[in-house]
Design a protein around this ligand. Structure first.
Ligand code: ATP
Ligand code: MG
Length: 329
């Protein structure tokens, strides 16, 4: 029954009963007698109580809807308000859920566009760094070597230092270019790219162990890129925030696809609940391929952080955002 008819029926019943009583056995004298006061007050109390109960029950779904609206996060799919209550409220909740679905689809489409533009731009910057600056520095290095071969002895040491500095700059540029564009992903595949990521993050204070299982199901290009970028951001966070000395990068077959796990033995997220561009970017990418991402702390016994991504093998699900030209790449 709709909220309108519930309230109307209740009021009608109350008023009709009151009128019938007044026309029948109940009388109200002027001035009112103590017994009559009792009857009127009791009638009023019953009417108000029933009214309050009906309104409370009828409006409860609206309260739940309000809380669902406050907690809504388009990056966490599947959370929708439960449709219940009187007709008007149920319709409102259904409309709200439909609006969330539409917003999620639009958001996914624009995120796909933005991420694809970002990947293209990274690609371009990486290529220019490698092809332009890298070539120039290589030429400088060769020139320095030729000069050093002909230079007087007292200048050779300084020229050697200049060569070293140029070589270091060249290495740095190659590293930046590799980070911007996981070229190994195209050339050697996901496993090699993850292996080199683990090596790259293994520094004096942090050892990244990798456990990359054989026999993984084939993944789409988009899924491989998402797995790579999530691993990259998770390891960047481990290096930047966790204070861990050990981390693990694992890619293993899961029920219908693969599971990526990046685990560290650091401080964990603690009371920190705010997610910044890094973690939200991971969620955004996971949504694009219909993968599930979880970020948890303290689950591994060492108090550190676990980042888990479960992605389906094979073709990307049809619910993902419309692929931009060239997909994410
Ligand atoms: N492995 C981790 N160990 C401890 N704290 C972490 C870890 N990963 C993330 N955090 C905490 O979660 C916060 C949010 O991480 P997120 O990657 O979203 O942002 P960020 O790393 O601060 O900035 P950026 O947008 O550059 O990635 C971090 O600021 C940090 O406090
Ligand atoms: Mg980060």
């Amino acid at each position: 029954m709709s909220l309108f008819w519930r309230i109307f029926a209740l009021d009608a019943v109350g008023l009709v009963v009151a009128a019938a009583l007044l026309l029948g056995p109940v009388t109200v004298s002027t001035p009112i007698l103590p017994g009559e006061v009792l009857v009127v007050v009791a009638g009023l109390a019953v009417l108000l109580t029933v009214n309050a109960v009906v309104l409370r029950v009828g409006l409860a779904p609206l309260g739940r809807l309000g809380r669902a609206m406050a907690d809504a996060d388009l990056l966490r799919p599947g959370a929708r308000a439960v449709v219940s209550g009187p007709v008007e409220t149920a319709e409102l909740i259904t409309t709200y859920n439909a609006m969330l679905d539409r917003l999620a689809a639009e958001r996914a489409a624009s995120a796909a566009g933005a991420l694809s533009a970002q990947e293209r731009e990274r690609h371009r910057v990486a290529r220019e760094l490698h092809d332009e600056v890298g070539q120039t520095l290589t030429a400088v290095l060769l020139q320095l070597k030729r000069v050093a071969d002909r230079a007087p002895k007292d200048l050779r040491e300084e020229l050697g230092q200049a060569q070293e500095a140029t070589r270091a700059g060249l290495d740095e540029i190659r590293r930046i270019a590799r980070r911007l564009r996981p070229g190994v992903l195209d050339e050697l595949g996901l496993l090699s790219a993850l292996r080199s990521l683990a090596a790259e993050f293994t520094t004096h204070g942090l050892t990244v162990r990798h456990d990359l299982r054989a026999g993984l199901p084939p993944l789409t290009e988009e899924t491989e890129l998402v797995v790579y970028r999530v691993a990259q951001e998770a390891l960047t966070n481990t290096a930047r925030h966790s204070g861990a000395d050990r981390a693990e990068l694992r890619l293993s077959p899961a029920a219908d696809g693969v599971e990526l796990l990046v685990r560290d033995n650091g401080t964990g997220l603690g009371a920190q609940t705010g997610e910044s561009a890094g973690i939200r970017g991971m969620r955004e990418r996971a949504l694009l391929i219909g993968a599930a991402l979880s970020v948890t702390s303290g689950a591994n016994g060492s108090g550190g952080t676990d980042i888990r991504l479960r992605a389906a093998a094979g073709a990307a699900p049809a619910t993902t955002a419309p692929a931009s030209p060239g997909g994410l790449r």
